[in-house]
Design a protein around this ligand. Structure first.
Ligand SMILES: *[C@@H]1O[C@H](CO)[C@@H](O)[C@H](O)[C@H]1NC(C)=O
Length: 807
């Protein structure tokens, strides 16, 4: 772009020169004068043309850079890194079974790998992988600040990993991590335990400012923030058969396990298959000049039962670190006070839940908090003005994740739900997470909905999902979450730190809100349309990923006349949330209230979305139910047959009434309807019908009577939001039922539905946890079984709030 712009300017200059030259050499005859005039008009024309080109190119260049230009205002996050000592170190690597890092863009990372030596080699455990088939794993307790304890079951081993931080000094303090391995059948087994330190070099070489090395059995290191640190290894139960270590050069944080494999060399002892390769050797790469180690694994071949304390100390803190019996004692105390605090917060024992159920609730919340990560990097984004995807700016993100195995990164609308639970434990963490997300807003007011920051995160995302488009929205749940906190705890925001934070957040929230209002508008006034639907001819019903409800059926043929009832309700709720936030900050609320009242006008809503025919709310668009997937005859003999969509009845503009489900409920879910609305009565009636949405395990996403109920979207995409029970929307339903239970003609029905829906959800989620060891992404409406990915301790963990009756 810059180069083209220069060319345009120099052409322009050249034209002027010509003009000067010819005028100085011109004669006075009429002919030459006319010729001169023509020439001069022509030249002026060229000059003007060039100027237009220059401006055009300039504007294009400007538009091209908009997508990755940060919002121009003070950042919401002002305190980070060492300025926040209680959250400096943490288990901020949710994608590994056990790992620690600090909230620093270039923090060294530490982590655990393990493997069983012997005949049945099952591979090295490191990243949380569904294919490892562990019967269960996850945090039993985690307070988000100073300690956590996790149980991992990898038969025949039971591994307990825990950590405790000791704060103090200027460089982040100490921590101790414990790895406690027992064998379920008490028979001693031989296990390889690896603890490693690694430096992230994706932002450029870490050395010479940061270094890692081994000295007399300890892992030592130095970074500009931590200064000198030391990691001691203190085994104190069980037998260590062999210890070896390596100083190595890994190609990146995403390839540590592969690098580890390559460092294993044959040993004289025979420990079984992988055990023949039991000893770590130094990396030959390190003999090259100017090459420094960025990966230092310490391996112990041990006999179970075995306990290892990994003791990290910073040089500037004289306090002795925790280890052995002292650690055990402090851990017990922390567990006890955690349990007390949990009960104080959620009062589940008091509400009559059994110890076992409370344990599950505690684990659910601990996994949400223990799944909080700290990421740093630049995502890839695209706008209509960029020819290629371009990098976003490098930024940190402190966020919870939906699933440590399947989605170990930040998702915008999920985070809106996560904060509801996190904030009940710690508004501090909730607000810090929200502030980090808001700092990712660009000058247009857009926030990318999936955040893939850093090489470790990138390595786990299929290519087609990496690039984020600036036309893509995602439900503004984050706004609702913040407004909820403000309503529940207004005193936090009257003055002081949180008030300042909210003041810094406000322009960003407003820009985000405004972005929705301008970019997601529909053709008809007060209607809205999710952008980004594409008909590729393969999908039974083109997905609407931006809505968060992926394959939930919409109009069969995406078009500009479409209007989405869920988005319109989200915008009502967003305007309402903005009004609440503005009011607390004593700013002008009138604009938000006006929009809220307009979108809350039931007559207007009904005009756009109420189908008199079916007596339900629905999307509107170019639609036909006459679609099916068919296998095409291959064109060439060696081609494999393709499954495509065939349209048997042409689409026409109409309400998409056949897709009755979550989308149809939004006027109730987001409490757009007034308590005395007769449409509300109809929704509550429909909710309760087993042949539609009601199941003994919660509300189905799509009616059993819908033609697309549980139907796959393509040959490769099974149903996702086409019938399964999802906890986030069920949570919204409960919250709304509770609201409508307060007053009005439908109060009794709402109260009854609330109680039955709550019991159905709690009963099933808990019993599935007992049966499978996990919380799940979604649950089958047929038999209640967990489905999708696991562990899913994102919004499914809202079950804790449901148990506590807190919405
Ligand atoms: C180690 O784990 C076992 C059970 O897995 C437990 O009984 C024991 O108390 C733990 N030991 C310590 C010191 O934490």
């Amino acid at each position: 772009m810059v180069r083209q712009r220069k060319v345009a300017i120099s052409q322009h200059k050249h034209a002027n020169n010509n003009e000067t030259n010819s005028s100085s050499g011109g004669s006075d005859t009429a002919d030459t004068s006319r010729a001169f005039k023509l020439l001069s008009i022509w030249k002026t024309g060229v000059g003007f043309f060039c100027l237009v080109v220059a401006i055009y190119v300039g504007v294009l260049g400007y538009l091209e850079t908009r997508v990755n230009t940060p919002f121009d205002d003070e950042k919401a996050v002002q305190e980070t890194g060492l300025m926040v000592p209680d959250r400096y170190w943490g288990t901020y690597r949710p994608g590994v079974y056990f790992g620690l890092k600090s909230r620093e863009p270039r923090s060294p990372v530490f982590g655990l790998m393990w493997y069983e030596l012997g005949a049945a080699h099952k591979g090295i455990r490191h990243w949380c992988e569904q294919s490892d088939n562990l019967p269960t794993y996850g945090w039993q307790r985690h307070n988000g600040f100073t300690f956590g304890e996790q149980h991992i079951s990898d038969p025949p081993h039971q591994i307990i990993t825990s950590f405790i931080k000791t704060m103090g000094g200027e460089h982040g303090g100490h921590w101790t991590a414990r790895i406690n391995v027992t064998t379920t059948n008490k028979k001693p087994t031989t296990v390889g335990i690896i603890w490693y330190g690694a430096l992230d070099e994706s932002l450029g070489p870490a050395a010479p400012h940061s270094r890692l090395w081994v000295e007399s059995g300890a892992l030592l290191g130095h970074t500009p923030q931590l200064q000198n640190f030391r990691v001691n290894f203190v085994p104190h139960t069980g037998k260590v058969l062999h210890t070896s270590y390596s100083e190595a050069v890994a190609p990146g944080l995403h390839l540590l396990k592969e690098k580890f494999y390559s460092l294993l060399k044959p040993s004289k002892e025979r420990y079984g298959r992988l055990g023949q390769l039991a000893v770590l050797e130094a990396d030959p790469k390190l003999t090259e000049k100017g090459v420094f180690a960025n990966f230092v694994p310490i391996q112990m071949i041990v006999e179970t039962p075995f306990i290892l304390d990994v003791v990290y100390t910073t040089e500037d803190l004289p306090t002795p670190p925790l280890k052995e019996d002292e650690y055990t004692k402090v851990l017990e105390e922390k567990k006890k006070s955690f349990d007390e605090e949990f009960e104080e917060n959620f009062k589940l024992l008091k509400k009559g839940y059994s110890d076992e159920d409370v344990n599950i609730a505690r684990a659910a919340m601990s996994n949400m908090i223990g799944g909080v990560g700290y990421f740093y990097g630049a995502g890839r984004v695209q706008s209509q003005y960029t020819r290629e995807p371009v990098p976003y700016w490098r930024a940190p993100l402190y966020t919870a994740v939906p699933s440590r195995s399947f989605f170990p990164r930040g998702f915008l609308w999920d985070e809106g739900f996560h904060g509801l639970l996190i904030g009940r434990w710690s508004p501090e963490i909730q607000l810090d997470i929200a502030a980090h997300w808001l700092d990712l807003i660009n000058v247009e007011g857009w926030i990318p909905r999936e955040q893939i920051l850093g090489v470790e995160a990138l390595a786990r995302v299929p290519k087609e999902f990496v690039v984020q488009s600036n036309a893509a929205a995602n439900p503004p749940m984050l706004l609702l979450q913040l407004a909820g906190l403000l309503r529940a705890r207004p005193q936090l925001f009257q003055h002081g730190r949180y008030r300042h934070l909210l003041d810094r957040m406000f322009p960003r929230l407003q820009a985000w809100y405004q972005w929705f209002q301008t970019t997601q508008k529909g053709e008809v006034p007060t209607s809205y349309r999710w952008r980004g639907r594409e008909d590729d001819g393969l999908q039974l019903n083109p997905k609407t990923l931006t809505s968060g409800l992926d394959d939930y059926p919409r109009a069969s043929h995406p078009s500009d006349i479409e209007r989405h009832v869920d988005l319109r309700c989200w915008m009502y709720a967003a305007a309402d949330a903005m009004a609440t936030i503005a009011e607390v900050l004593q700013r002008d609320t009138s604009k938000f209230e006006a929009t809220r009242d307009q979108l809350g006008d039931e007559a207007l809503l009904n005009e756009l979305h109420w189908s008199h025919h079916t007596q339900t709310y629905a999307d509107y668009g170019l639609h036909t139910d006459g679609v099916k997937l068919v296998r095409q005859q291959p064109k060439a003999p060696n081609e494999s047959p393709k499954v495509v969509r065939s349209v048997t009845v042409p689409p026409k503009p109409r309400f998409v009434t056949s897709a009755f489900g979550y989308v149809s409920l939004f006027p109730m879910l987001l409490m757009v309807l007034k308590p005395d609305s007769d449409k509300l009565g109809k929704i509550l009636e429909d909710l309760d019908k087993p042949e539609l949405l009601w199941s003994p395990f919660g509300l189905r996403s799509l009616s059993k009577a819908s033609p697309l109920y549980m139907r796959r979207n393509t040959e490769h995409d099974p149903a996702y939001w086409r019938g399964q029970v999802w906890l986030n929307v069920n949570f919204l339903a409960l919250r709304a039922l509770r609201h409508y239970a307060a007053a009005g003609p439908h109060a009794t029905r709402a109260r009854d539905l609330h109680a039955r829906l709550r019991d159905a959800l709690v009963g099933n989620v808990l019993s599935e946890y007992k049966r499978t060891g996990y919380l799940w992404e979604q649950y089958s409406a047929e038999d209640g079984r967990g489905s999708g990915c696991k562990p899913f301790t994102g919004w499914t963990a809202l079950i804790v709030l449901i148990m506590a009756d807190e919405y």
